[in-house]
Write a protein that binds this ligand. Structure first.
Ligand code: ZN
Length: 663
């Protein structure tokens, strides 16, 4: 196999004008249309995997040798506003037109005419066939015209309810007014960022996340925290509860028409987890075991509050738990984030990260000074294995005007065989990490908080997943896995930074060159022991709640039901006014999928346990991780390859152990 290198020519699109973008997108569209027409025109008797299933996979790919004519990422990182806006606009237009092309009865007929039993298919080929089959099945192509119409209407109604739900959230503009004294405890930076009410001259505090979170953690005023928390609990309003009731009903109806028992079954049927029952077993068992540990964390904060208020048996509530927790942690562990930052200078962290994972996977990351891409700040690296370039990693680390403002990894050019089924030439994968780290100023370097380093490792995990892929087909490349597996490698990579020994090794004070002290390491350790269970408890619990909401039984009182689940697993009471599900934004885009965060986390710990057994930098296990897991992408069942790597079925033992739960 030869990996076809990427050169400056493959990145021509960075200089495209809006007209160029439009022209090229239209060209891809026309090519896709022609390719699909060709598939439809093949006589039934002549159909085979290559001219039907693979042809569909390949539709729209250009023969020019440039396998990916542009990367959408440009529309989020370009410094040129025109390019960003035109790109997003034309891309959305073409995507809509593409959807119309794909939802085609004749194309479905062509697919059905192909008989997979006629040929002996490889695992990846079977998987590709299965993916296309699932797509048609879930879209309802097999249904009568009448049923299809009904389904279409149900989906349309869901889309409109979903957007109403989101706009109710976005339009929630209620706020509280605070005097300077009410803001006691908050940083001057925070106070200065607040707007003032014109009439009263008071500060406006609203429920947007960046304003709400610090207020609940640091504001000294009990009264104001309560006022804000009560207000926040009304977000979305009663109308959103009504919308959710209707949405759950419609989603269930959709699932039933398509032949599934309920919406959760519909969503999970073609995922790694396969069924909501499988997920429930592992989440509920974990929650049950986490609960006592979670209650211990709660008790620590409760007794701390009692020690301050002087009232014996005093307990924290929904509006002061974060506040006392913050105070307690500051007093007990004394972890000063500003000071700790000085040990994590970006360039040093990158060197250490590249060395560690480079050695684990027997590759090197060498700086590429030739490529000139979308900005001079970019740091570009070649992945080199045995003197051969096998991939390109692009780091875009600092904020700019108009740049995407979150941190993410973006696999911009996938790895796959360009000449299937000969399988001699492989497209070189290219991945990028978009970050918004503070750029060093006045001769000082860029310094990262622990959270930022952890996020960097996380995104690097996604990028390595993209770059080390050896999947045959483009749609199975790298991070194109099932939704409930995709966060496993990224969360796995975080563990190398979480390990306190390695964290010490990665750290180096930018002035003194020292690594973090034993004292800091000890504090981080006890903070984790005391509070890690609390950290994962809520996400896991919401995963269960989301599955329940989509399980087909009629739940009369959504908030009441949420309260019941919260209580079952030991959570503090919410505000009596709370309309919680009304403000749960994930209910629109993540329907019956919230569990995925927890499942992939649990599996990431399980995979890591093999390194804990044989050494965190053990090359043999590193090679196995690369060959048996990371290289596979979506080319086979993720559960199966985890089993292959672990030598058994994955379980939650390592996860619970990491939380300090022995049995
Ligand atoms: Zn991620």
């Amino acid at each position: 196999m030869k990996i076809i290198p990427k050169t400056q020519k493959d990145f021509e699109w960075i200089n495209w004008s809006p007209e160029d973008i439009k022209k090229n997108l239209e060209m891809v569209f026309e090519k896709t249309k022609q390719d699909l027409e060709k598939i439809k025109s093949i006589p039934k008797k002549d159909r085979n995997f290559l001219n039907t299933i693979y042809a569909y996979e390949k539709a729209g790919q250009l023969d020019s040798g440039i396998d990916s004519i542009f990367a959408e990422v440009l529309f989020y990182v370009s410094s040129n506003k025109e390019q960003r806006e035109a790109g997003k606009k034309y891309f959305t237009e073409i995507s809509e037109k593409m959807t119309d092309l794909i939802y085609d009865k004749d194309l479905y007929r062509a697919f059905k005419e192909y008989n997979p039993k006629k040929e002996k298919l490889s695992t990846a080929e079977k998987e590709l066939y299965r993916d296309q089959n699932d797509f048609y099945k879930k879209a309802g192509f097999q249904l009568s015209e009448e049923k299809q119409k009904e389904l279409k209407n149900i989906i349309k109604e869901q889309i409109s309810l979903g957007s109403k739900f989101s706009s109710n959230l976005n339009n929630f503009k209620k706020q509280i007014l605070c005097t300077e004294k009410d803001l006691d405890g908050l940083s001057s930076e925070y106070v200065n960022s607040l707007h003032k009410d014109e009439k009263t001259g008071k500060y406006i505090v609203d429920t947007s996340y960046p304003v709400y979170r610090p207020f609940m953690r640091f504001a000294k005023s009990d009264k104001k925290r309560k006022e804000l928390a009560d207000l926040n609990s009304l977000k979305g309003g009663k109308e959103n509860i009504k919308i959710l009731e209707k949405l759950f009903e419609l989603r269930n109806k959709q699932a039933k028409i398509l032949g599934y028992k309920n919406y959760s079954e519909f969503v999970l049927s073609d995922r790694m987890s396969k069924s909501p029952q499988n997920v429930r077993i592992i989440l509920e068992e974990s929650l049950k075991k986490i609960k006592p540990k979670y209650l211990e964390s709660e008790k620590l904060i409760d007794s701390y509050k009692a020690s301050i208020t002087g009232k014996k048996g005093d307990k924290t509530t929904y509006y002061d738990a974060s506040y006392y927790s913050e105070l307690y942690k500051k007093e007990k562990y004394n972890l000063d984030d500003q000071k700790i930052k000085e040990y994590f200078e970006l360039n040093h962290v990158l060197d250490q990260m590249f060395n560690m994972f480079g050695s684990l996977f027997s590759i090197s990351f060498l700086q590429n000074k030739e490529l000139k891409l979308w900005h001079e700040d970019l740091m570009i690296y070649d992945l080199v294995e045995k003197n051969k370039k096998i991939g390109i990693l692009i780091l875009d680390m600092f904020p700019r005007d108009g740049k995407y403002s979150h941190m993410c990894s973006w696999g911009i050019m996938p790895g796959y065989y360009l000449d299937y089924p000969k399988n001699k030439n492989y497209a070189m994968p290219v991945s990028t990490i978009i970050g918004n780290f503070p750029k060093g100023q006045n001769g000082n370097p860029s310094l990262l908080s622990r959270d930022e380093v952890r996020t960097l490792f996380h995104e690097f995990g996604h990028s390595c997943h993209s770059l080390l892929t050896r999947a045959t087909f483009e749609s199975q490349s790298g991070t194109d896995t099932d939704f409930d597996f995709v966060e496993t490698p990224s969360q796995l990579f975080e563990n190398w930074f979480n390990d306190l020994g390695l964290m010490k090794k990665i750290s180096k004070h930018y002035k003194t060159g020292e690594s973090v002290s034993e004292e800091i390491v000890g504090s981080i350790k006890s903070l984790r022991e005391d509070f890690n269970a609390e950290k994962y408890h809520y996400t896991m619990l919401l995963g269960v709640l989301d599955l329940d909401y989509h399980y087909g039984k009629k739940i009369k009182d959504l908030m009441g039901y949420a309260k019941k689940i919260f209580k079952k697993y030991g959570m503090r009471d919410s505000s009596p006014k709370s309309l919680f599900p009304a403000s749960w934004g994930h209910m629109v885009g993540y329907a019956s999928s919230y569990y995925a965060y927890s499942i992939s986390l649990i599996y990431s710990y399980d995979i890591f346990s093999r390194f804990e057994e044989s050494g965190l930098l053990n090359k043999k296990v590193g090679k196995e991780l690369r060959d048996k897991v990371l290289s596979k992408g979506g080319s086979m069942d993720e559960f199966e390859y985890m089993k292959d790597f672990l030598g058994r079925k994955p379980n939650n033992k390592a996860f619970l152990k990491a939380l300090g739960i022995k049995k």
